[in-house]
Structure formats: C-alpha cells, structure tokens
Design a protein around this ligand. Structure first.
Ligand SMILES: Cc1cc2nc3c(=O)[nH]c(=O)nc-3n(C[C@H](O)[C@H](O)[C@H](O)COP(=O)(O)O)c2cc1C
Length: 327
C-alpha cells in the first residue's frame, strides 16, 4: 500500500490510514506515539476524564501528531479538559457516546479536527450536520462500548449518507480488515483490540497474555463491568464488550436492576481483582477481533504488518478486477 492520499490523509497528515482507537486507561502517550511514529495516527484514551492521568500521558507526545478521544457524556462533567488537551497540542478530538453539540463549536474554534464516532446512520447524519470533519462508523463487534449494528453493513451505509471521510471501526485487526474497510468505501480504520496487547499499551501483562490466547467466540457484551466499575453510563443502546470470564458467567443474563442492586458488592470484587490482576473477575476489554491478536509486539510492527497484508489482499483482488464482463 502506498501512502494514503485521501481526504483523511490531508486532515490527519498520517502516512497510513491506520488510527489507534482511544482506549480509556489502556491507550496512553507511549502507545499513541508509537502508532503516529509508525505512520498511523494515535488517539490517547481520554475516556472518563482522569485529569492527572491525562496530564502525564500527554507529556509523552511532544512533537508527534496525536489526538485525544473522550466519552462525550463524561466530558460534559469535566468540560475544561477539552481546552487542556487542545493546549497540550492535540490535533484531533474524537467524541463518542453522547451529544457532540456542546463541544463541536469549541473544537472548531480551536482549529482542531473534530472526529465523531457513531453507531448508527442517524448519528452519522447528525455528526456531519454539527461539522464533524471525520466520522468513525463503529460496529458492535468492537472491543469496549459499542452499539448493535455490524461493521460490514454500517460502514457503506454511512459512506453513502455523508460527504466527509468515513473511518471503519469494530472487528478490524489486520490487513485483511483494512482492505475490506477500504473496499466498503471507508478511507481508513480505527483499531482498539489490535493494539491492546501491543508492547506500549498500558494493559496489564497478564491481560495482554489472555488476549493473545482468546477467541472472538468467547467475548460477551453487557453492563456488568460498568456497574462493577462504578461508572454511571446513561441509558442508551450501548454495551461493553469484553472477554468472558468467571464473573461474566456468574452474572450472565442478569437484569440491569439486579446488577444495580448488587453494585456495592460488585465494586468491591472488582477493586480487589484489579489489584491482584485476577482476570477471572476483572475485565479484559476486547472485541471479536481477539482471534487475530496472537502476540505481544511493538505497535509499529502491528501497523507495518497491517499495511503490508492489506496491500497483498488488494493485489489478490486483481483477478476480479481484470475479469471480463459477462458476454
Ligand atoms: C480496551 C478498550 C477501551 C476502549 N475505550 C474507549 C474509550 O475510552 N472511548 C471510546 O470512544 N472508545 C473506546 N473503545 C472503543 C474504540 O474506540 C473502538 O471503537 C473499538 O476498539 C473498535 O473495535 P476493535 O476493538 O475491534 O478494534 C475502547 C476499546 C477497547 C478495546
């Protein structure tokens, strides 16, 4: 694959159309830097707005193009963080899960790129109307929070519905996925699970190891870990995808009301499990692309392999391209 020469490339100034997804607590400055240095574009996971964490991680990015992703409803509780990351030099702000309207003006006024991660076609149209420069169409296969639509059908529908560049997310963790996303009309991909086990990721080494042995067959989605982490997600069509473990099996099928009734007990369990890296109870947040993550390796290598495999995948399509039309 030659360097990207799309609108996405023009906006983000990245060589390759491979974007590191913002991953709260997992994607810090080192990981974002490694992806940007390798020719992709790294988003730091600003997540729920942990200010001291963000401050420290952003210091690792001096001189490198980078973005910061926020969970929109959480940013509403700490809106001053937006100005802080702009001052720290973020070239792009990615907003997910919530109404982007309160922040779109400030991102524009600061002259930064506004990226909206959406889960439905109607959200994509709204984001374009609010002036998003790039729209990430996120399918429910992805790790972390996502909606219910699948990437394969959502991406081309969003491409048809908006004029701004579209990036595909959810279930893409190698060059075959990148090639497929480009074929669907996306200009690039945004990947989380692919980089969870990267050397530079802040995931616990044991969690990385578990991911390299896991399968997309055994992920699960729900609100168990949001309740257990004491996160007050507003009601919406969102669930958190993680690997299955003992805790998810124990609470499988539990209603929201039942989980909330046991919130205190769950929070104590998770706090203890996180301290001891007991991932039978603590979550490993990853998506269906788990099958494609087999090694702990440097992020630069992940980007390089993704681009090379995409190039080969596209070359393999040549016979279709050359095939004579029906007579
Ligand atoms: C560990 C992890 C944490 C995540 N945290 C966030 C987050 O803080 N904000 C956000 O917008 N998306 C978050 N996501 C979702 C990603 O932005 C992205 O949509 C997703 O990773 C794409 O699917 P994939 O995991 O199959 O690559 C997270 C994903 C993972 C795997």
């Amino acid at each position: 694959m030659t360097s990207a020469s799309s609108e996405l490339h023009r906006l983000l100034r990245c060589r390759y159309p491979v974007l590191l997804a913002p991953m709260a607590g997992i994607g810090g400055g080192r990981l974002a830097r490694a992806v940007s240095d390798a020719g992709g574009f790294g988003f730091v996971g600003g997540g729920y707005g942990d200010e001291p964490w963000l401050h420290e991680e952003l210091q690792r990015l001096d001189g490198v193009p980078f973005g910061v992703g926020f969970i929109t409803w959480a940013l509403k509780e700490r809106p001053h963080l937006l100005a802080q990351v702009v001052d720290a030099g973020a070239a792009a702000i990615l907003l997910s899960f919530g109404d982007i309207r309160p922040f779109a003006g400030a991102v524009h006024a600061a002259g930064r790129i506004l990226v909206a991660q959406v889960q439905t076609l109607s959200q994509a149209r709204e984001a374009e109307a609010e002036g998003a420069h790039i729209i990430v169409a996120q399918g429910g296969e992805g790790g972390g929070h996502s909606g219910v639509r699948g990437t394969l059908a959502l991406v081309p529908a969003v491409v048809d519905a908006v004029k701004v560049p579209v990036v595909a997310a959810g279930g893409i963790a190698d060059g075959r996925g990148l090639a497929a996303a480009l074929a669907l009309g996306a200009q690039g991909v945004l990947c989380g699970t692919a980089f969870y086990a990267a050397e530079e990721s802040l995931a616990h080494p044991h969690a990385k190891q578990l991911l390299t042995q896991a399968s997309g067959d055994t992920t699960t989605k729900g609100e168990l870990f949001d309740v257990a982490r004491g996160l007050n997600w507003p009601s919406g069509p969102w669930g958190l995808r993680t690997l299955q473990n003992t805790l998810t099996q124990q609470w499988q099928g539990a209603s929201s009301a039942l989980l909330r009734a046991h919130a205190e007990e769950l929070q104590a369990t998770i706090a203890q499990a996180r301290q001891t890296a007991d991932h039978r109870l603590a979550p490993v947040i990853a998506g269906e692309a788990a099958d494609l993550v087999r090694k702990v390796e440097p992020a630069a290598l992940i980007v390089k392999q993704m681009v090379e495999t995409a190039r080969r995948s596209i070359e393999r399509l040549a016979p279709v391209h050359r095939a004579a039309p029906d007579r």
